[in-house]
Design a binder for this molecule. Structure first.
Ligand code: G16
Ligand code: MG
Length: 218
């Protein structure tokens, strides 16, 4: 029986990716290093410090001492936090409130598996914290996606068996993490990028509790 659905945040619950992009672009401009939307694609689902490494890749700044890198990451995060301070319930992606209500009515738990240290703040701003029975804390984990650790942690916090869960992700590394956790995976985006998922939907508006139950049963 389907016990829980475990969600990624950025790109699935809300589009905070745009703010991440703007904050990284501003930092890159300030440092005088090239950055683009294309390069930004590689940052999706990736931790803050790993993202910085990708941003600095190919530049001399990649050789900066760790303390300087931490300072740059903090600068990006301050700017990012300033922008996400404006997030509100209207920023929930289409179909998500209906899906979370419907899961709750059916007694199916919801968990969050986001690589973002800002996830609890964003859930509060969205008015979405009430829907989630568990939020995995990425600060406590050793490995990021594509490692399954964060999805397994969310299942553990919910007290459910991974095999009785479905994970929902917008990033290829996230889909790999879900499958490695032994869960069924739903990808939100293009089938070309998320081919490893058991079901790919082009938008969150296509998600429904019925579709998830069908996927689980099939
Ligand atoms: C999100 C984003 C990533 C971001 C990461 C860390 O992950 O997709 O781009 O780098 O969180 O965010 P922060 O700097 O806020 O800790 P997810 O897993 O929700 O897609
Ligand atoms: Mg994501």
């Amino acid at each position: 029986q389907l016990q829980a659905v475990i969600f990624d945040l950025d790109g699935v619950i809300t589009d905070s990716a745009e703010y991440h992009y703007l904050a990284w672009q501003a930092l890159a401009d300030e440092l005088g290093i090239p950055f683009s939307r294309e390069k930004n694609e590689r940052l999706k689902g990736v931790s803050r410090m790993e993202s910085l490494e990708i941003v600095l890749e190919g530049s001399r700044l990649a050789l900066l001492p760790e303390a300087e890198k931490l300072r740059l990451a903090e600068k990006k995060n301050d700017h990012y936090k300033e922008m996400i301070g404006r997030i509100n319930p209207a920023d929930l992606l289409p179909g998500i409130p209906e899906l979370l209500d419907s899961l709750r009515e059916r007694g199916i738990s919801a968990g969050l598996a986001s690589a973002s240290l800002n996830a609890p703040l964003i859930l509060e701003r969205l008015g979405a914290a009430r829907w989630f029975q568990a939020v995995a804390d990425p600060a406590e984990l050793r490995k990021g996606k594509p490692d399954p650790e964060i999805f397994l942690k969310a299942a553990e916090l919910l007290g459910v068996t991974p095999g009785n869960c479905i994970g929902v992700e917008d990033a290829a590394a996230g889909v790999v993490a879900i499958k490695a956790a032994g869960m069924k995976a739903v990808g939100i985006g293009s089938a070309q990028q998320l081919g490893a998922a058991d079901l790919v939907l082009s938008s969150t508006s296509e998600l429904s509790a019925l579709k998830l139950l069908e996927l689980y049963a099939g």
